[in-house]
Design a protein around this ligand. Structure first.
Ligand code: GLN
Length: 457
């Protein structure tokens, strides 16, 4: 199985650009080890998996899509990588991504863009676009991504995959290169709901090395996927979010996406679910709140990249002092979007502006969380919306327009800010390109996402 995928990578990845690093010999040696152990065939043993390059992997180059980490080989592995190792999976390689996970198209990678296997002139989504292209293009059966504001769900949606952002705190962030720590969450990307569920159970669960890790059992998502696959949703109460593509909030949504969404809702009803419209008045403020909170946390997290401890160092020839070397390293090591976020975040956090920007954004975050609580306490089990307002757009179409790029996150940001689980599952095509249905559930009720997704699949 590993060899078959390495052959696919050799044949296709020149065009796709899904991977930043592949070591055939190491992967084949690992596969041979699993074969010899006799474990292959139990659970995920022997299954190759691709990891987004945001996860540190001991001895294996890890860049987070940035020049500033070029050549860095971490001395330790992320908890999720260790858990996958323990489950007997084979690491196929590290996948391309927007630099430090900032973006929605993978065009912000410092190395190269990734293409959508459905149409090579289109983006594969982002920031986990290397993972989505690898799985959708059959260059990996499974991949891990990370989702801060939509970076698992949106690339899954635009490449026809299942992608799940677990409850914040339910999958370890240890060894995940931090973008926005209060939002970052790792999760599975796969071609079926059951594949995603199996991968989720392998990586989830408490980790004492992550201070925000929840000490609770992993939800039984495999069982939920099995239950949902019967197609019976009798008794399930579904809320259609008015503010996310519902009546009166359709600006920016493609008609084909709205049509597929309406059909998916009809399908849920046909499966026995009770569907009603729900209003979440603060969801419309998620975008501005996110683009203050995430850059603020990024400006703090990225301070560690100063050219001394990791990756590249520029201008250290004895003629400059340490501040000049740090400045030169950052000037050349960071790309334009990363610089934009650092500047935005530093500004929003500065004395005198904190209350006006960051403080306000945190209040909006609380209001969004309350909208979810009101909906779930008010009698719905899950909320649904389109995952992305549009299908995959053409490469280059939004690179010069950051606000157009940010608009791709319209539907995914509320669940990110509230820390609740959300899954994207394919729900048909528009103009020959995949559309995703998003299913959101209360914290720690990830199993509901899988149940509904399996019924739609
Ligand atoms: N597109 C969003 C951003 O650029 C989300 C990215 C993510 O989830 N990592 O910040």
């Amino acid at each position: 199985v590993t060899r078959a995928h390495l052959d696919r990578i050799a044949a296709e990845d020149g065009a796709l650009g899904a991977y930043l690093f592949v070591d055939d010999d190491a992967a084949l040696a690992r596969a041979a080890e699993i074969d010899a152990s006799g474990a292959a065939g139990t659970g995920l043993a022997g299954i190759p998996v691709a990891l987004k390059d945001v996860f540190v992997t001991e001895g294996v180059p890890t860049t987070s899509g940035s020049r500033i980490l070029e050549g860095w080989r971490p001395p330790y592995s992320a908890t999720v990588a260790t858990r996958l190792q323990e489950a007997g999976t084979v690491l196929l390689g590290k996948t391309n991504m927007d630099e430090f996970a900032m973006g929605s198209s993978t065009e912000n990678s410092a190395y190269r863009p990734t293409r959508n296997p459905w149409d090579h002139d289109r983006i594969p989504g982002g920031s986990s676009g290397g993972s989505s292209a690898a799985v959708a293009g059959r260059l990996a059966p499974l991949a891990l991504g990370t989702d801060t504001g939509g970076s698992i769900r949106q690339p899954a949606a635009v490449t026809g995959l299942v992608g799940h952002k677990p409850t914040y705190g339910s999958v370890s962030r240890y060894g995940l290169i931090a973008f926005s720590s209060s939002l970052d969450q790792a999760g599975p990307m796969a071609r079926t709901v059951m594949d995603a569920a199996l991968l989720h159970e392998a990586i989830g669960g408490h980790d004492p090395r992550d201070s925000t890790s929840i000490d609770a059992p992993v939800p039984t998502v495999v069982e939920a996927a099995r239950r949902g696959a019967t197609g019976d949703l009798a008794g399930l109460r579904v809320g259609v979010v008015r503010e996310l593509g519902g009546e009166g909030a359709r600006e920016g949504y493609e008609q084909g996406v709205l049509d597929r969404f309406a059909e998916a809702v009809a399908l849920l009803e046909a499966a026995g679910a009770e569907v009603r419209e729900v209003t979440c008045p603060s969801f419309g403020l998620a975008l501005p709140a996110y683009y203050l909170i995430a850059p603020s946390e990024a400006s703090s997290n990225l301070a560690r990249f100063e050219g001394m401890r990791f990756g590249i160092r520029v201008g250290d020839d004895g003629s400059r002092d340490v501040d000049e070397v740090m400045a030169l390293t950052r000037e050349q090591g960071f790309g334009p979007e990363v610089k934009r976020r650092i500047i935005l975040g530093t500004y929003a956090l500065s004395a005198g502006y904190y209350d006006a920007y960051y403080g306000q954004a945190q209040k909006v975050r609380t209001l969004i969380t309350r909208d979810f609580t009101a909906a779930f306490d008010g009698g719905v089990d899950v909320l649904v919306s389109p995952t992305s307002p549009t299908v995959a757009w053409s490469i280059g179409a939004r690179v010069d327009d950051p606000l157009a790029m940010y608009a791709a996150d319209l539907c995914t940001l509320p669940a990110s800010l509230a820390g609740v689980p959300a899954i994207s599952v394919p729900c048909g095509l528009s103009d020959g390109l995949p559309v995703g249905l998003q299913v959101m559930a209360p914290a720690l009720a990830d199993d509901r996402c899988y149940r509904v997704a399996a019924a739609v699949e």
